[in-house]
Design a protein around this ligand. Structure first.
Ligand code: PLP
Length: 400
C-alpha cells in the first residue's frame, strides 16, 4: 500500500507534496499508517480535531443523527441547526449565524455580507482591507483576500476589491482606506503565516478606526476560534468585538462545518443572497453541538492554557539550549522559529521518529496538538523534537 509506484496513487490530483504513508486510523492524540506505525499527531487535521481523532462523542452523535435526518435542504428548519446557532450566539454575543461546510465558504459569506451592508448603508462601498501574509481560504474571493506571496498571479484575473495592509502597522491600514472601503478583515493570529499574532493594542486601534470611519471589522477565527488559544474565541481574549466573525476547523472537531456570525446591525442577508446545499445540515450541526459543549467548558479551556504553557516552556527551553529563534503563539497554536530553512527537513525527520508537525514556513515549525492534550503527550512530543533537532545540529557541526 505504501508504495507510490502503485497505480492506485495515480488518480488523486497532485495538489501538494504528500508523504508516501497512507493513514488508516486515528485515536485521540495518535494516528497510524497502513504499515502499523504510530505517530503522535500535532497536526490534528490542521487544527481541526479539537478533541483528537475519533472521539466517542462524535462517533455517537454521527450515529444517532444519521438514523434521524441527514440533509433535509437548507430551505427548511432543522433542530440541530437551530440549536447550534442559538448556542453559538449565546456563547459569543453575536446575533445570527449562517452555516457552511468549509472555512473558505464562511469567509466568502462574510465578504458577501460586508459588500451587501456597504450597498445598503455605505453607498456601495465594497473594498475590504486585508493583510500581507494573511490566509482566508482557497476559493477565488478568499485567495484575493489572502496575502500569500505569489497568489495574486495565480488564476488571473484576480478578484478585485482587497487592499493590503501590514499586520500591527496601523498607518498602513489608515492609508489603505478610501471612500470605497467597507471593512477590515484579519486573523487575530495569522496561522498560515507562521503563527503571527496581531497585538491587542493593534486590534483595539482597528476597532476604534472602524467606529470612526463607519467600517465593519471582520475576524477570521477559523484557526483561532473554538478554544485553540485557550479562550473560546480570540476576540474575547483581546477584548475587541468584531462585527462579523467566521469559524471553521475546530467548530466541527473533525467534520466539515463552518459559520459566519454577525451582529444584528450588519446581519443584512435577504432571501436569495446566500445559501448552499449543505448549509446547516443536521448531521454536521449535531456533531458540532456536542463538540462545542465540551470546548466551551471553562475547565476545558483552562487545560488548553495549561498544556499551551507546558509546550511553550518546553519549546523555549529547546530554543535556548540550541540557539534557535523565538517561540510565538497562544494556547495550543504555537510556532518555533529555527533560524534557518530546515523546517521541511525537520518535519520529515520528526515523522520518521513518530511525530507529525507542520512547517508553516521554511524556517518555522507549527504545533497544533489536540486541545485535550495531556502533559505526558506534550512531554513525549518535546522529547522527539529535541532528539531530531539535536541530531540535525550535530550533523551540521560534523560537516563544518
Ligand atoms: C484553514 C483556514 C481557512 C480556510 O478553511 P478551509 O476549511 O480550508 O476552507 C481560512 N482562514 C483561516 C484563518 C484558516 O486557518
Amino acid at each position: 500500500m505504501n508504495d507510490p509506484q502503485n497505480p492506485l496513487f495515480n488518480h488523486l490530483m497532485p495538489i501538494t507534496e504528500r508523504p508516501a504513508e497512507v493513514f488508516v486510523r486515528g485515536e485521540g492524540a495518535w494516528i497510524w499508517d497502513a504499515a502499523g506505525k504510530r505517530y503522535l499527531d500535532w497536526l490534528q487535521g490542521w487544527a481541526v480535531n479539537a478533541l483528537g481523532h475519533c472521539p466517542p462523542l462524535i462517533t455517537q452523535a454521527l450515529q444517532a443523527q444519521s438514523t434521524q435526518l441527514l440533509t433535509p435542504s437548507p430551505a427548511v428548519y432543522n433542530r440541530p441547526a437551530l440549536e447550534l446557532a442559538a448556542r453559538l450566539c449565546e456563547l459569543s454575543g453575536f446575533a445570527q449565524v449562517f452555516f457552511g461546510s468549509t472555512g473558505a465558504e464562511a469567509n466568502e459569506g462574510a465578504i458577501k455580507l460586508a459588500r451587501k451592508w456597504g450597498r445598503l448603508h455605505r453607498a456601495g462601498a465594497h473594498e475590504i482591507i486585508t493583510f500581507e501574509n494573511g490566509f482566508h481560504g482557497r476559493n477565488l474571493a478568499t485567495m484575493a483576500a489572502s496575502g500569500k506571496a505569489g497568489w495574486d498571479l495565480l488564476f488571473p484575473p484576480q478578484m478585485p476589491g482587497f487592499a493590503k495592509a501590514r499586520l500591527n502597522d496601523l498607518s498602513s491600514v489608515v492609508s489603505a482606506i478610501n471612500e470605497r472601503t467597507v471593512a477590515i478583515m484579519l486573523e487575530p493570529v495569522q496561522g498560515e503565516a507562521g503563527v503571527r499574532p496581531a497585538s491587542p493594542a493593534f486590534l483595539k486601534a482597528l476597532r476604534q478606526l472602524c467606529d470612526e470611519r463607519g467600517l465593519l471589522l471582520i475576524f477570521d477565527e477559523i484557526q483561532t476560534g473554538c478554544g485553540r488559544l485557550g479562550h473560546l474565541f480570540a476576540f474575547q481574549q483581546a477584548g475587541v468585538t468584531p462585527d462579523i466573525m467566521t469559524l471553521g476547523k475546530g467548530l466541527g472537531g473533525g467534520v466539515p462545518i463552518s459559520a459566519v456570525l454577525a451582529q444584528a446591525h450588519c446581519s443584512v442577508f435577504e432571501h436569495g443572497d446566500q445559501g448552499g446545499t449543505y448549509a446547516g445540515n443536521p448531521l454536521m450541526c449535531a456533531v458540532s453541538l456536542e463538540v462545542l459543549n465540551v470546548t466551551s467548558q471553562p475547565a476545558f479551556l483552562a487545560n488548553v492554557l495549561a498544556m499551551g504553557r507546558l509546550l511553550r516552556h518546553g519549546l523555549e527551553a529547546l530554543s535556548d539550549r540550541m540557539g534557535l529563534g523565538e517561540v510565538r503563539g497562544d494556547g495550543l497554536l504555537l510556532a518555533l522559529e529555527l533560524g534557518n530553512d530546515a523546517a521541511p527537513t525537520m518535519v520529515r525527520e520528526c515523522r520518521a521518529q513518530g511525530l507529525l508537525v507542520n512547517a508553516a514556513r521554511p524556517g518555522c515549525l507549527r504545533f497544533m496538538p489536540r486541545l485535550n492534550s495531556t502533559a505526558s503527550e506534550i512531554e513525549q512530543g518535546l522529547e522527539i523534537l529535541q532528539k531530531v533537532l539535536r541530531r540535525a545540529m550535530e550533523a551540521k557541526a560534523a560537516m563544518a
